[in-house]
Design a protein around this ligand. Structure first.
Ligand SMILES: *[C@@H]1O[C@H](CO)[C@@H](O)[C@H](O)[C@H]1NC(C)=O
Ligand SMILES: *[C@@H]1O[C@H](CO)[C@@H](O)[C@H](O)[C@H]1NC(C)=O
Ligand SMILES: *[C@@H]1O[C@H](CO)[C@@H](O)[C@H](O)[C@H]1NC(C)=O
Ligand SMILES: *[C@@H]1O[C@H](CO)[C@@H](O)[C@H](O)[C@H]1NC(C)=O
Ligand SMILES: *[C@@H]1O[C@H](CO)[C@@H](O)[C@H](O)[C@H]1NC(C)=O
Length: 706
């Protein structure tokens, strides 16, 4: 056997070649013998874990019925274009869920990651279910709203013997659905035995009253991680959901011990997933990862890592093993030397190892990526991976295959007019910035257009939370977010060796990390792309509503224009309204409305209702912060406080300056001549006077701060 051989390094043989040969002879054959087995079947216990379904094992052990199929690395439960159809994928070996002698239920545990992709036109989708079924096969045909668990023949019959956990994203009043985003336990009946609105729970409270109780998990168009655990000794069935992949909530969403499974289960059952489509052909349901255990232990943790490097090593081992077995020693030597030589002469590979990744994540050292790697990480920039689009382009989420690190890749829409060299130096400058409230740039790629790689932030951007689920943000969290952004700005303006003006502060550029701390993104981008006409930006870099009035004349971004944008952000965070929204029947701009309230001493009317309910004690501070926002948005840049003062006020270390009167606001705003007499802007204006006064008119017409 190979193991008894020793290769003595011949005189003159290169030491590296010698050790490479030893690897070929000893290590790789061991790997071949050790090909790890994902599935362990021991007597009556079953446990398996699939991080992706592309392996031969997954395809042998899971069978998909009707509309369902394997789709690359995923299970796709519905077929593109299929209407009134259902699909089901089941682990195709029976699983013992009842003790055959005592006929008592056995514990089981499962976790999986799924995505519900609603119809692109209507945003409607029925939902997806984890099913425990008595037989293989799927539901024949579909009846809308049954999620592929039942049809109109099998529903509500004890003989159906099917239990499911539904993740239901459509409200079917005929099935007594509570809302269009709930999780329910279905026992032989689509009318749920127990159901709760989908949420990530951080307290035992059955309803989410404040952020300390958790947050709503919207299951449409978002990747969701779910856990189902049944503990036989306590007869407790727990279900949890999270959008923070891999982070199980501290409290289950459903924890029910009233169900007696004895009479509901057969000794052997089949487990898997189902979904169905109604009349809309584009609703898709994906499962990305799944683990299951019926051996009394919790199911293995799953993640969205598409492939791991061990598998490829194993494959390499198999191939080399075969070569070794079939070719003579001399030939092998020639091949190995050739391979080794080629490996050596190839360019050093740019991909990060796990250690390098950890190091990079800690130190925020940006790295150049290859386009291929980023395309692979984001599933070829697929629609499914698209997180959204912003001022500078589209953002995709992805996972670096080797390391499992989750990333957000920003694809910049316009081409850089700068030389590549200059561009790289800019990116590395930005990449060297380090502050706990800046989103770290992990790297970039410039092979096919500009791509910037950031760490993926689990809670997405501030605007998503603030305007869709304001109840999830307590006052303390909001204040912490504002202080964080202010601290990041102070760093950019004053504490960094090189002054940087952000130019595009807005809620969608503020990311939220796992502790809901703010991470300001896109800093410096405006400088790179300042004069390209990108979507959602005007010819002056920035976004409507967040742009200081003077930037319409001077076309220059300054620290004080950043302070204005930050004021707009404060107003949004405190009022829960978008800065460019209109208020009331007279349709006045938000800022105009606030000045009105301010002059009537009625600012509290503007505070987000969900804050008023939960944060009575802080109402004084809330008002101070709102006033600070108004002050930062004062049209005269000289009146706006410096960011250092803003930080101090937010931290409670400094008093709010005296507010100017509402009259001074309106007189300043509506007198274009006051700009012309302002010496800080007049020199810029002389060259540009004509277009400047047009801009003032446009600005006034737009209601000041629209
Ligand atoms: C079930 O639905 C099918 C097709 O939608 C219909 O033909 C059949 O009559 C229905 N059966 C019952 C019992 O409602
Ligand atoms: C379980 O659900 C049933 C049906 O909704 C309900 O009556 C019972 O109180 C729940 N039990 C627990 C422990 O929540
Ligand atoms: C189910 O949830 C309850 C309540 O949080 C917890 O005490 C119990 O340990 C959980 N059981 C399992 C199997 O996770
Ligand atoms: C469940 O039902 C079976 C028979 O119907 C009964 O023997 C058993 O005690 C019940 N279990 C619980 C936990 O109530
Ligand atoms: C899964 O991950 C959680 C936290 O990330 C950890 O506490 C738990 O032990 C892990 N479970 C398994 C089965 O590895």
């Amino acid at each position: 056997m190979l193991h008894h051989w020793r290769i003595v390094r011949p005189e003159g043989m290169n030491r590296k070649i010698h050790s490479f040969l030893r690897i070929i002879f000893f290590v790789l054959p061991l790997l071949v013998l050790n090909v790890s087995r994902v599935v362990v079947c021991q007597s009556q216990n079953t446990s398996f874990s699939y991080n992706g379904f592309d392996s031969a094992e997954a395809r042998a052990q899971i069978t998909c019925y009707h509309s369902a199929s394997f789709q690359g690395n995923n299970l796709l439960l519905t077929e593109i274009g299929a209407v009134q159809a259902s699909g089901r994928c089941l682990y195709n070996k029976p699983i013992q869920l009842l003790d055959p002698e005592t006929r008592t239920p056995l514990s089981f545990s499962t976790q999986f990651i799924f995505l519900i992709r609603p119809s692109t036109n209507s945003d409607l989708a029925d939902g997806i279910a984890f099913v425990i079924a008595p037989t293989l096969g799927g539901v024949n045909g579909s009846n809308q709203g049954f999620i592929g668990i039942f049809n109109n023949e099998t529903n509500a019959k004890a003989s159906t013997r099917t239990i499911a956990v539904e993740f239901d994203t459509y409200k079917n009043p005929e099935h007594e659905d509570m809302d269009d985003n709930h999780v329910g336990i279905d026992v032989n009946d689509i009318v749920s035995y127990a159901a709760v609105s989908s949420a990530y729970r951080t307290s035992s409270s059955p309803i989410i009253r404040s952020a300390t109780d958790g947050y709503t998990v919207s299951m449409k168009n978002a990747v969701v991680h779910a856990w189902i655990d049944f503990d036989a000794s306590s007869n407790q069935l727990n279900v949890s959901v999270s959008r923070d992949l891999g982070v199980k909530p501290t409290y289950p969403l459903i924890s029910n011990s009233s169900l007696n499974l004895t009479d509901l289960l057969n000794e052997n059952m089949y487990v898997g997933f189902s979904a169905s489509t109604g009349p809309l052909p584009t609703v898709l349901y994906y499962v990305y990862a799944w683990s299951f255990s019926s051996n009394g232990r919790l199911a293995a943790n799953v993640s969205m890592v598409s492939e791991n490097s061990n598998n490829s090593t194993n494959k390499l081992g198999v191939i080399i093993g075969v070569i070794l077995g079939s070719l003579g020693f001399v030939l092998t030597l020639v091949i190995s030397l050739y391979v080794f030589h080629r490996r050596k002469s190839r360019k050093p590979n740019r991909y990060f190892s796990q250690d390098q990744w950890e190091w990079a994540l800690q130190d925020h050292v940006p790295q150049e990526f290859s386009y291929r790697e980023l395309a692979k990480a984001t599933n070829n920039f697929s629609e499914k991976n698209r997180l959204g689009s912003g001022g500078f382009g589209e953002v995709f989420k992805g996972t670096i295959a080797h390391s499992g690190v989750s990333i957000a890749v920003k694809k910049i829409s316009s081409e850089s007019k700068q030389g590549a060299k200059e561009f790289v130096s800019e990116v590395t400058t930005i990449g060297r910035l380090r502050h706990r409230n800046l989103a770290p740039l992990l790297g970039w790629s410039q092979e096919k257009g500009l791509l910037l790689v950031y760490e993926l932030m689990p809670h997405g951007s501030l605007d998503q939370v603030l305007f869709s689920h304001p109840e999830q943000l307590s006052w303390d969290q909001r204040l912490n977010i504002l202080s964080g952004v202010a601290a990041a700005l102070l760093y950019l303006h004053e504490e960094n060796e090189q002054k940087i003006v952000h130019r595009d502060i807005k809620a969608s550029n503020v990311m939220l990390d796992s502790q809901m701390n703010a991470r300001l993104g896109d800093f410096g981008l405006a400088r790179l792309y300042g004069h390209d006409a990108a979507p959602n930006t005007t010819n002056v870099a920035g976004t409507w509503g967040y742009m200081a009035p003077e930037s319409f004349f001077t076309r220059k971004a300054t620290e004080q224009t950043d302070v204005f944008s930050f004021g707009a952000l404060i107003i949004e965070v405190v009022t829960g309204r978008r800065i460019n929204s209109m208020v009331g029947e007279e349709s006045c701009s938000l800022v105009e409305w606030l000045w009105n309230l301010q002059s009537r001493n009625a600012l509290s009317e503007a505070i987000d209702l969900s804050l008023l309910k939960t944060s009575q004690d802080s109402s004084d501070m809330i008002q101070i912060v709102l006033q600070l926002g108004i002050l930062c948005c004062f049209p005269d840049p000289k009146v706006r406080p410096f960011i250092r003062r803003v930080v101090q006020i937010l931290n409670g270390d400094s008093q709010l300056p005296t507010m100017p009167s509402a009259e001074s606001w309106s007189s300043f705003l509506f007198s274009a001549f006051s700009y012309l007499s302002d010496d800080t802007t007049s020199s810029a204006l002389t060259s540009n006077a004509k277009s400047a006064s047009l801009d003032v008119k446009a600005f006034v017409d737009l209601g000041g701060a629209r």
